[in-house]
Write a protein that binds this ligand. Structure first.
Ligand code: 13P
Length: 303
């Protein structure tokens, strides 16, 4: 389309002029993924943001992801093209709530999922993502561990590590809405399919899965799988990058497609506008940033 062509040309000019990189999460709209320099999961995006050689980072995702970029890059401009792109899971916990829980467990080490605000990360000892939560908890030698804010991921990690965790009761409403019935329906329709689930899914749903992986971890799982049919239990936007990479496989999502409205708020027009105006910027107050950085760096060091 002419309109898209104009936007794409302007975006390319601006990307060079601003010395910018565009990072996009796997759930972003296809046309946004197509203009990104890097597409990945939260861990991959945090790593890219930490190592990026550019003056401007355009973060196509939700606010906690852009905040993580701003935490590791105080001297760079981090843009979030759609400032309303939030995360209902991150909103389930406040720094005050976490401080209250810490008072009840003064000896506990706090592991906080990356889907959280910078202020909550600043109250935490370690950050983790779905791609490394098990490794992060395994690496901690402490009598008690608080795990926030995702109860489903917390329970999965608890089972995988055999460690007793004090788990915050938050969840991602999109993953939590995937039910056993929905999975059984897909399994009935595609009995030989491999089932891969995101660890934000409920415990009973995870029990039905053959593999559990972060969004980028799913690429490896599918690459190594012999089945042609794959049932994917996560946000349905994953159909685009997985379909592109595995054109010979058939992917199935729950019939009531899990969709994250926040992830779909970013459009090409908004990406171009943000590069043109160098707004909206994401910044983190320095005292919060320094504490949050410790938690993020400890995570990045674990591998
Ligand atoms: P990933 O890190 O696996 O991409 O998950 C991020 C997320 O927010 C899933 O809902």
């Amino acid at each position: 389309m002419e309109g898209d062509k104009g936007i794409l040309e302007s975006l390319e000019r601006l990307r060079r002029r601003r010395n910018a990189v565009i990072l996009a999460h796997n759930y972003q709209r296809p046309e946004v993924q197509d203009v990104a320099d890097f597409v990945g999961d939260s861990l991959g995006l945090a790593r890219q943001a930490a190592g990026v050689d550019a003056e401007v980072i355009v973060f196509c995702g939700v606010n906690f992801m852009a905040e993580t970029s701003a935490i590791v890059n105080p001297d760079k401009i981090t843009l979030l093209p759609e400032p309303r792109a939030g995360c209902p899971l991150a909103d389930t916990i406040t720094p005050e709530g976490l401080m209250t829980l810490k008072k009840l467990h003064p000896r506990a080490v706090v592991v906080t999922y990356v889907n959280s605000s910078a202020a909550v990360k600043a109250e935490s000892d370690y950050c983790c993502t779905s791609g490394n939560a098990v490794e992060v908890v395994m690496a901690i030698d402490a009598p008690e561990i608080i795990f926030t804010p995702d109860k489903n991921l917390g329970r999965y990690v608890q089972k995988a590590t055999g460690r007793e965790l004090i788990i915050w009761e938050g969840c991602c409403p999109i993953h939590d809405r995937i039910t056993v019935e929905m999975v059984l329906e897909q399994k009935g329709l595609h009995p030989s399919a491999l089932v891969v689930a995101h660890p934000e899914c409920r415990e009973d749903v995870i029990e039905l899965a053959d593999e559990v992986a972060s969004t980028s971890g799913m690429f490896k799982v599918i690459e190594e799988a012999s089945s042609r049919e794959i049932i994917v239990l996560t946000e349905a936007g994953m159909g685009y990058p997985l379909g592109k990479r595995f054109p010979d496989r058939e992917l199935f999502f729950p019939s009531e497609e899990p969709l994250c409205p926040d992830m779909k708020l970013t459009t090409l027009e908004k990406v171009e506008k943000s590069l043109r105006e160098l707004e909206p910027r994401v910044t983190v107050p320095e005292d919060i940033r320094l504490n949050a950085l410790l938690a993020v760096e400890r995570m990045l060091e674990i591998g």
